[in-house]
Design a protein around this ligand. Structure first.
Ligand code: HEC
Ligand code: HEC
Length: 370
């Protein structure tokens, strides 16, 4: 269960829990109505994250300690100028075939840099099959997309521009459009070179802009700076559950609260009409059927609906899924699935949690702090 047996910490944790237990007992006897458990939790969480109680992990979990997002290298003047161009391009529907869809149509600052929809609408209002990801942590996430099919932001940007269901452009069309635009020509010229602008120039500018995006400042950022004093008792209980009993930290850890790995939570609709095989479509490896990249949880309160297919409208729904130990991939051969695909393997890190209603509420309260 424990990442490594950190004996002094373990002993300390046990000692505090024993003290907390007897304090709780006494408080109950005295009937003084205080919240001694919360007091004991505050003691456990008084220091920096690496002194907090050991996370509950499982076989194969890759945990990195919670912490503030690492500072990115200061952008060079060239990168800054490129990001300014990228910012304009991000909002520019001229990059799409219809001239009506910009990156910002699906990644809107008002909607957590997503689109608030279950799955995205693109060219000709065609419905995509996946939920638009929030871009708050794009600078730190790799590989990109729910299935990790792009290694870099530059490579990623080509995806939506050329995707028939998203912006439906072609290399030629986009290059003609950006070269016609005096603003882009002048801005790129200021960066040196007088050549024709290419699709790669656009991708580089968009990527430079995306690297300037940051999650909104939240109470979690303050916890990272000044400790858990800013949390209510309920939120602190939620943090403790997230790290321990609920096992969330087995996959959601590190500064982005994502291990950057792929897991199958049993919501791939395997063998059914809405089937999405996820990472398997990229690697062809049977272990990857139904796996998706662990989502970052920073700013998660603003990025509903949730999961690769936007299945859950609320965080309460997400917590219920985990409480049940994940979904169940059921093969139903009469439906339109691809039956030559091996059955998905349920992630062993997911087990039924038996959380009480209060515990589920506390977990949700904590997620809203992030
Ligand atoms: C029609 C809606 C739509 C448009 C337009 C769109 N996106 Fe997306 N974006 C999505 C969806 C849906 C996903 C997830 C797709 C997947 O995983 O297969 C996504 C994923 C991403 C990701 C990956 C984030 C991560 O954490 O891995 C980035 C970065 C991104 N988009 C940037 C852009 C840029 C740049 C543009 C403009 C060139 C753009 N998007 C245009 C819907 C859209
Ligand atoms: C086995 C690894 C694993 C564990 C354990 C886990 N998660 Fe996740 N989490 C994921 C993956 C993978 C996704 C994306 C899945 C998808 O879209 O199909 C995800 C998505 C989410 C999302 C949706 C984010 C979004 O933007 O759509 C939330 C919220 C979330 N998890 C919270 C939790 C909480 C709370 C717990 C503990 C009760 C938890 N997770 C435990 C791997 C895990």
């Amino acid at each position: 269960m424990f990442r490594s047996l950190n004996l002094p910490r373990l002993v300390m944790t046990l000692a505090i829990l024993v003290i907390a237990g007897s304090v709780a007992g006494r408080a109950q006897q005295a009937g003084d109505g205080g919240n001694p458990q919360a007091g004991a939790l505050r003691a456990l969480y008084a220091g920096a994250p690496d002194t907090w109680p050991c996370p509950r992990l499982g076989e194969g979990a890759r945990f990195t300690e919670f912490g503030p997002l690492p500072r990115l290298p200061e952008p060079t003047p060239r990168e800054k100028a490129l990001a300014d161009i990228g910012k304009r391009m991000f909002d520019d529907p001229a990059l799409s075939r219809s001239g009506q869809i910009a990156c910002a149509s699906c990644h809107s600052p008002e909607l957590g840099m997503g689109d608030g929809l279950r799955t995205a609408f693109g060219h000709d209002r065609q419905r995509g099959r996946r939920n638009a990801q929030s871009l708050y942590t794009a600078a730190w996430m790799a590989p990109l997309f729910w299935d990790g099919r792009a290694a870099t932001l530059e490579e990623q940007a080509l995806g939506p521009m050329l995707d028939a269901r998203e912006m439906a452009g072609t290399v030629r069309l986009i290059e003609v459009r950006i070269n016609k635009d005096k603003g882009y020509r002048t801005a790129f010229r200021a960066l040196g070179g007088h050549r024709r602008l290419t699709l790669q120039d656009a991708a580089a500018a968009l990527a430079a802009f995306e690297r300037t995006l940051r999650p909104p400042r939240s109470r979690w950022s303050r916890v990272m700076e000044r400790g858990v004093a800013v949390l209510t008792d309920q939120e602190l209980e939620g943090l403790h559950l997230f790290r321990t009993k609920a096992g969330c930290a087995a996959c959601h850890s590190g500064p982005t609260l994502s291990d950057g790995k792929f897991h199958n939570l049993g919501i791939s609709f395997y063998g059914r009409p809405r089937e999405d095989l996820g990472r398997y479509e990229v690697t062809g490896d049977p272990v990857d059927v139904g796996r998706f990249r662990t989502a970052s949880l920073l700013g998660t309160n603003r990025t509903a609906p949730y999961m690769h297919n936007g299945l859950f409208p609320t965080l309460e729904d997400v917590v219920s899924l985990y409480n049940a130990g994940g979904g169940r991939d059921r093969r139903s051969d009469q439906a339109g699935g691809k039956n030559d695909v091996p059955a998905p393997i349920h992630d062993p890190l997911l087990t039924p949690l038996k959380l009480t209603r209060e515990e589920r509420n506390a977990l949700v309260a904590f997620l809203k702090v992030l």
